[in-house]
Ligand binder design. Structure first.
Ligand code: RP5
Length: 198
């Protein structure tokens, strides 16, 4: 398996794999976050159950191809992260995709409950987990790549500054166009409704 050159023209350092193209709406948040940090990465659908040979090939060749961290997202009986970890010494970060039947609890437990000896770093279910997998990948890569450590540090500092610049949740919600009613506004509105009904 040849190493793709990414959009930045550099070989991928992070491999984002997922069990199905239906997982992309979750894993795209990992890709977007890595893009924001300038981390070269590749994305692939690799299914533990539907394409097991491809999974073995991908995981066992990743290190030789220059990949340094793998983010693996899957839903339901989510064996992809664990089976990937079984075939490589690279750090594997698992993202539980929210399943329809069990809201991702099945995915979370399938990924987190690895037997001792084969670790998978398990993140939160869904979008938050995908974003954090990318940030954790950047933190891991930062030990070797100072420019990634710096990009990650800046991302965190900018996030802190945004929160501190918007201390009033009402103003922040209004700026986002969300409607926020205070408790007294809610009480007045419910009294008015009752009066109208009476
Ligand atoms: C898993 O099954 C995938 O990771 C996906 O989350 C889930 C459903 O896959 P599709 O039926 O949408 O392809 O293997």
């Amino acid at each position: 398996m040849a190493n793709d050159l990414t959009l930045t023209g550099k070989p991928a350092l992070v491999g984002i794999i997922m069990g199905s193209s239906s997982d992309w709406e979750t894993l795209e948040h990992a890709a977007k976050t890595l893009e924001e940090l300038g981390v070269p990465h590749e994305t692939r659908v690799v299914s533990a159950h539907r394409t097991p040979d491809l999974l073995f090939e991908y995981a066992s060749s990743a290190e030789k191809r220059g990949i340094e961290v793998i983010i693996a997202g899957a839903g339901g009986a989510a064996h992809l992260p664990g089976m990937t970890a079984s075939q490589t010494a690279l750090p594997v970060l698992g993202v539980p995709v929210e399943s329809k039947a069990l809201k991702g609890l099945d995915s979370l437990l399938s990924i987190a409950q690895m037997p001792g000896g084969v670790p998978v770093g398990t993140l939160a279910i869904g979008k938050a987990g995908a974003i954090n997998a990318a940030l954790l990948a950047a933190a891991i890569l930062g030990a070797k790549h100072p420019e990634i450590r710096e990009a990650y540090r800046k991302f965190r500092a900018a996030q802190t500054a945004r929160v501190l610049a918007n201390p009033d949740p009402k103003a922040a919600a209004r700026a986002l166009g969300l409607s926020v009613a205070t408790q007294s506004e809610k009480t007045t509105s419910s009294k008015n409704k009752k009066r109208k009904r009476a």
